[in-house]
Ligand binder design. Structure first.
Ligand SMILES: C[S@@+](CC[C@H](N)C(=O)[O-])C[C@H]1O[C@@H](n2cnc3c(N)ncnc32)[C@H](O)[C@@H]1O
Length: 225
């Protein structure tokens, strides 16, 4: 699968599936989110006691609403208008329609104590470009938090090396169409992506699924070198 066409298909798929995604999140249809990963990312942010948070790939805005309930100022960005509109209507922060390419080009003039990306770093070059812009989004001492699929448990039948994978909406409920491809990164792949962006990995958390006792995700915390 060629990288450039896969990158384009990611946003096409999110645009086409925005309504189904909004329902999946708001109706809490995704079990791992309900049981483990939502709470894990909220806690990971709260531990940093931030005044301000930037939520990259904010989707329909649930994380902003959860953090706003703790008095945190949140700026959410996403490239899918339908999701940004839903986030705006839901309140809890400010939301901007903006792609990772826009942010990589320096168009997001904002800084925060925590920059968070919750299951939203899906591509290769789009994500590498975005990560390179993160140091300019961080206040001094600020951190980037990335929650994503655990590399050792996602796509276990595929070779353990960075590369494009076919997507799936399994476990998200009904109403979805064509899934988006996504770029799989090994643990070493993530480390290298942070390093190339001028960031250092500070911590890894592995929230456990309460039924299986296996990691439901991984949360990376990275800061400026
Ligand atoms: C799995 S959803 C996660 C949404 C939200 N963070 C959450 O926890 O529900 C991935 C999100 O990343 C956004 N996204 C993916 N690639 C993007 C890009 N290049 N620029 C902006 N947003 C992007 C999608 O539009 C989608 O809202």
């Amino acid at each position: 699968m060629a990288g450039a066409s896969s990158e384009g298909r990611i946003l096409d798929a999110w645009q086409a599936n925005a309504a189904a995604w909004r329902h999946a999140v708001r109706d809490q249809r995704i079990e791992s989110r309900r049981l483990a990963t939502d709470r894990a990312i909220v806690q990971a942010v709260l531990v940093r006691a931030p005044r301000k948070v930037i939520d990259l790939g904010c989707g329909e805005g649930w994380l902003a609403r959860a953090l706003a309930a703790h008095g945190i100022e949140v700026l959410g960005v996403d490239a899918v208008a339908e999701l940004v509109d839903a986030a705006q209507a839901g309140g809890g922060g400010q939301f901007r329609l903006m792609s990772y390419a826009d942010i990589a080009a320096g168009r997001l003039a904002a800084r925060a104590d925590v920059v968070v990306a919750n299951f939203s770093l899906l591509g290769q070059s789009s994500v590498d470009g975005l990560l390179a812009a993160v140091p300019d989004l961080l206040e001094p001492g600020g951190v980037l938090l990335v929650q994503t699929l655990h590399p050792l448990l996602a796509a276990p039948d595929e070779p353990y090396r960075d590369g494009w994978r076919d997507g799936s909406w399994a476990g998200c409920g009904e109403g979805f169409g064509e899934p988006a491809p996504w770029y799989f990164r090994t643990l070493g792949g993530w480390l290298e992506a942070f390093r190339q962006a001028g960031l250092t990995l500070l911590r890894i958390d592995e929230p456990l699924h309460p039924h299986t006792g296996r990691p439901a995700s991984v949360i990376f915390m990275a800061g400026e070198r």
